[in-house]
Design a protein. Structure first.
Length: 365
């Protein structure tokens, strides 16, 4: 693939509802999907409803102080059980007919299901009708789920990423700041692709970074890909521009982590909502267990807020551009700077597999 120029994915991969449905039923059902942050579920009974590719799910802190994942629907009539983040205390109660579940997902009550005061009609077993669990892995502060329960064990799946993070002591990470960007009007893939290629940095971020293109390199290692930059003269006290050695990695499909400054990392949560809308949040951590003062936190948040808003504008314009017939063939990918994008798109094709029009990659020379 080196030194070959390829077209990118066809526009329908970013705009078409049918392709979105295919992603939902393949990529986001068969992979380890990043869905949340463990530190946001502090207490037993804390519950956070999430939606992953149109599927309503529930993250829950159980009585063993572990985080579990369930399909967020009542076994009776499939009503959404928890509609907003909250502490459910000891019981998840359905607001429709008062069916109740323990924090382990077991059905505890089905009031009057078989008639007045007959809670367990003949042939009905509460033990068989608890909440449907979802395979989960909490890796450090990051929550991954595998809806179809068919992915490799997480450590094998994530091995390429883990290898590239060996120089960071992830046991000592401490969340110090949150950037909640809410809804961004772009396909989730554009946010990933933008993050893993360094080609745009000196053009889009010319005021917010000082990281020359010549100092960048790309990383492609199985289902892990990204880029890095080695800055000769670092300035980690610059409050206006990012001028430090950095590394940016993604694990297929939607986990993103960046390391920068002497002791900081940032992790991005990208939750696809529809073909043209993605929710994004970023948590900033120290990697040595230390805290940061309010002034330092504000400085870091301000820099990254500006950088990301520049990226979001580009990604939203990319989404708008896909309505043009001139974009049908997907544009072109740099054989040098967009190797990670090529790999990511190849994984998209392999995971969805079935559409010949989508899977055809053209070579332009």
């Amino acid at each position: 693939m080196a030194n070959k120029i390829f077209n990118g994915l066809e526009s329908k991969a970013y705009t078409d509802k049918a392709f979105w449905n295919k992603e939902a039923n393949t990529i986001f059902s068969n992979s380890w999907v990043f869905v949340g942050f463990a530190h946001e579920l502090k207490n037993v009974g804390d519950a956070i409803p999430i939606t992953v590719a149109d599927k309503p799910l529930l993250l829950l802190k159980n009585t063993k102080n572990k985080i579990a994942a369930f399909h967020n629907v009542c076994s009776h009539r499939c009503l959404i059980l928890v509609d907003k983040p909250k502490n459910v205390k000891k019981i998840i109660s359905c607001p429709y007919h008062a069916w109740a579940y323990g924090l382990d997902g077991k059905l505890l009550a089905s009031p009057h299901f078989g008639g007045t005061n007959n809670h367990k009609p003949k042939g009905f077993s509460q033990n068989s009708h608890g909440l449907k669990s979802v395979k989960i892995k909490v890796w450090h502060d990051w929550i991954f789920i595998n809806i179809n329960n068919n992915a490799l064990e997480f450590e094998k799946y994530a091995a390429p990423l883990i290898k590239h993070l060996k120089d960071i002591n992830l046991e000592k990470i401490k969340p110090v700041a949150t950037l909640d960007f809410g809804k961004i009007n772009t396909n989730w893939k554009f946010l990933i692709e933008n993050f893993i290629e360094p080609y745009h940095v000196q053009f889009v971020h010319k005021k917010t970074t000082n990281q020359p293109l010549k100092d960048h390199y790309t990383i492609v290692d199985g289902i892990c890909y990204g880029s890095g930059v080695n800055v000769e003269k670092e300035d980690n006290k610059n409050s206006n521009a990012l001028s430090v050695t950095s590394r940016y990695l993604s694990l297929f499909p939607n986990f993103i982590i960046g390391s920068y400054f002497p002791n900081q990392i940032g992790v991005y949560l990208n939750i696809p909502i529809s073909p043209g809308i993605t929710i994004q949040k970023r948590i900033i951590y120290t990697t040595d267990g230390t805290t940061m003062g309010e002034k330092e936190v504000d400085m870091v948040k301000n820099i990254w807020w500006s950088v990301h808003k520049e990226d979001h504008e580009m990604c939203e314009r990319l989404q708008e551009g896909r309505s043009s017939p001139a974009s049908d063939e997907g544009g072109l990918l740099s054989p040098v700077w967009e190797k990670g994008v090529q790999k990511f798109q190849k994984l998209i094709i392999e995971a969805t597999m079935k559409s010949k029009k989508i899977t055809k990659r053209k070579k332009n020379v």
